[in-house]
Design a protein around this ligand. Structure first.
Ligand code: PHE
Length: 335
C-alpha cells in the first residue's frame, strides 16, 4: 500500500472510531509491531538510495501524525466510556473545606447586631502602651489592674492589652462627635488555663458618644443585643458596678437560658449570668480629649463567655484545642 492511501484509510478509521478500544486496534493495525506503516518503514531498505530518505521522511512524518490524531481523538471520546484503567465503582475522594472557628462565628454575629443598630467597626493594636491601656482610661498608677500579676509586660515597657477599652481612647482622639463604634479583638491577661480562664480571650468593645445620651439608651441597646443573641424572651437585669473609666458603671446579667432562673450548674445556682460590663463614659476622659458638652456610654463583653453560655460549653479550653469533633458542630461544611 502506498503512503497516501494508507494515510487516507487510517484517518477515516480514526474519524469513525467511537471507543478507546477501537482507537487502540487502529493504532495496532497501522503503528503496531506488525502494523502497515511499520512494515513500510521496515522495507525502506529495499528502495533505491535516492528514494530512501524521501520515503523514510514521509513515513516517519505520517507515523507521528497518526499517533497524534489517535491521541487527540481519545480526548474527545466521552468520559468514562471506555477507560479500563479507571475503576468507576470506587467511592470519590472528598475534598475537605475549612470552617470558621466558633468564636469568629459568634463575634461576627455580635458585630452584625450592632452594625444593624448603626455602629461601625474599628480595630486597635494588641500591643499597647500603658497610656492607652490604663492612664488615658482614668486608671491610676497604683490601680491593682496594672499589677504584673494581671498584665503581660514587654521588655520595652509596652504591654499586651488587657481589654479592648484602649480603642475607645484611640477612636475619641482621632474623631469628633457623634461617634458610634464597636471594636472586636483579642486581649491578654496573666491567667493559667482552667475551665473558665484563659490567658487570651476575645472582647467586643462598644462606644456611643453624642449629646444627651442616657443610661436608658445604654440599657436599651444592651437589652436589644441580649434578645438578638439569646432569644427575644431572655430577661436582662442591670446592677451597679465599678470600672475606672465609666461613671456610673453597671453590669448586665441575663437570666440563665438553661434553667430559666431556677439555678443550675451552668449559672452556678445563681439563676443568672454576668454578660456585659458597661457605664457612662467617665467625664474625666471626655474632658481630657476635648469632648466637653458631650456624653456617652461604653460597654465591653467577653465573646468566649457569651459563647460558653449560648452553646452550653463548660470548658473555655475547648476553644483552643482545635479538636475537629468539637469544631465541626459549628459548621455546616464537614471540615
Ligand atoms: N474593659 C472592661 C473589662 O475588660 C469592660 C468595660 C468596657 C466596662 C467598657 C465598661 C465599659 O472588664
Amino acid at each position: 500500500m502506498d503512503l497516501e492511501s494508507l494515510k487516507k484509510e487510517a484517518k477515516l478509521e480514526i474519524q469513525k472510531a467511537k471507543t478507546i478500544d477501537e482507537l487502540e486496534s487502529i493504532r495496532i493495525k497501522h503503528l503496531g509491531k506488525k502494523g502497515s506503516l511499520t512494515k513500510i518503514l521496515h522495507s525502506i531498505g529495499n528502495l533505491s538510495v535516492t528514494e530512501r530518505p524521501k520515503v523514510g521522511q514521509l513515513a516517519n512524518k505520517l507515523k507521528n501524525e497518526l499517533a497524534e490524531s489517535i491521541e487527540e481523538k481519545k480526548k474527545t471520546i466521552g468520559k468514562g466510556k471506555s477507560y479500563p484503567w479507571i475503576d468507576t465503582s470506587l467511592p470519590g475522594r472528598k475534598s475537605n473545606t475549612g470552617g470558621l472557628h466558633p468564636l469568629s462565628i459568634l463575634s461576627q454575629e455580635i458585630q452584625d447586631i450592632f452594625i444593624r443598630m448603626g455602629f461601625s467597626v474599628v480595630t486597635g493594636p494588641e500591643i499597647e502602651t500603658e497610656y492607652y491601656n490604663f492612664t488615658a482610661l482614668n486608671t491610676p498608677k497604683h490601680h491593682p489592674a496594672r499589677d504584673m500579676h494581671d498584665t503581660f509586660y514587654l521588655k520595652d515597657g509596652r504591654l499586651l492589652r488587657t481589654h479592648t477599652s484602649p480603642v475607645q481612647i484611640r477612636t475619641l482622639e482621632k474623631n469628633s462627635p457623634p461617634l458610634r463604634i464597636i471594636s472586636p479583638g483579642k486581649c491578654y491577661r496573666v491567667d493559667t488555663f482552667d475551665p473558665i480562664h484563659s490567658p487570651t480571650f476575645t472582647q467586643i468593645e462598644g462606644l456611643w458618644v453624642d449629646k444627651n445620651i442616657s443610661m436608658a439608651d445604654l440599657f436599651g441597646t444592651l437589652d436589644s443585643f441580649a434578645k438578638n443573641i439569646f432569644g427575644k424572651d431572655v430577661k436582662t437585669e442591670f446592677f451597679p458596678s465599678y470600672f475606672p473609666f465609666t461613671e456610673p458603671s453597671a453590669e448586665m446579667w441575663i437570666e440563665c437560658p438553661f434553667c430559666k432562673g431556677k439555678g443550675c450548674s451552668v449559672c452556678k445556682k445563681r439563676g443568672k449570668i454576668e454578660t456585659v460590663g458597661a457605664g457612662m463614659v467617665h467625664p474625666n476622659i471626655l474632658k481630657s480629649l476635648g469632648y466637653e458638652g458631650c456624653n456617652g456610654f461604653a460597654f465591653g463583653m467577653g465573646v468566649d463567655r457569651i459563647a460558653m453560655t449560648k452553646y452550653d460549653i463548660d470548658d473555655i479550653r475547648l476553644f483552643f484545642q482545635n479538636e475537629l469533633q468539637f469544631l465541626r458542630q459549628f459548621n455546616d461544611s464537614k471540615l
